[in-house]
Design a protein around this ligand. Structure first.
Ligand SMILES: [Cu+2]
Length: 218
């Protein structure tokens, strides 16, 4: 077991007297392993979204935007302050990922109580402004609860907000004359009451985990 001593030293865990060596070493090994897993998981997250940080230490995700909601009203990021916010980018013609994501968003918020949809902003921002007019968003979002906000804008406005949130999207023409699709990253952004990015989820996240992350922000 002495061969493990350098690991203990490297982690600055002094061996404890009275046979505590083994426990200390195994704890150090666990810490080292956990640190590695954190590094690997962090790296995997970085591939999905660039979580580079600003000088102030806050993640460089999000920022001001001005868009049009499903009722034709202009809204900005400031309109969502005061409540935690879940933002998802997608498009109404999306065959599977977006409906799955919007249902997950709804389920997560429902787990916070029956009037939780009044306490959490749920925002769907289209990456297909060409087809997703306010009327199209209104029609579509009616399937996912009354308080879901749908946002669209000019192609330039959508490009700007997608860039701020590090969202990838790309139009893909269909070969058989079917409506085009839009490849897009599938990420939920959780913002606190002041509109600051807290963390992200994907459509494979569990509703319970999303609800648990929102709860302390209420
Ligand atoms: Cu989609």
């Amino acid at each position: 077991m002495k061969s493990l001593t350098p690991l203990v030293t490297a982690n600055r865990l002094a061996p404890v007297p009275g046979g505590g060596h083994v426990a200390a070493m195994s704890r150090a090994a666990k810490i080292a392993l956990a640190a590695w897993i954190a590094v690997l998981v962090g790296f995997a997250g970085w591939i999905v979204v660039d979580f580079s940080r600003t000088d102030s230490g806050a993640p460089a995700i999000g920022g001001p935007f001005s868009l049009t909601d499903q009722n034709g009203k202009r809204v900005t990021d400031a309109d969502f302050k005061g409540k935690p916010t879940l933002i998802y980018f997608g498009f109404t013609y999306c065959p599977d990922v977006c409906p799955t994501s919007l249902l997950l968003m709804q389920t997560a918020v429902e787990q916070l109580g029956k009037d939780a949809d009044q306490k959490v902003n749920r925002v769907f921002i289209t990456v297909d402004p060409e087809r997703d007019t306010p009327a199209a968003l209104k029609d579509y979002l009616g399937n996912f609860g009354a308080t879901m906000v749908g946002l669209t804008g000019t192609p330039q406005e959508i490009a700007a907000v997608a860039k701020a949130y590090r969202v990838y999207y790309k139009k893909v023409e269909s070969k058989d004359g079917a409506p085009y699709l839009v490849d897009h990253s599938s990420i939920f952004y959780l913002l606190d009451r002041r509109g600051r990015f807290v963390r992200h989820f994907t459509h494979q996240s569990k509703a319970e985990d999303i609800a648990a992350a929102i709860k302390p922000l209420l």
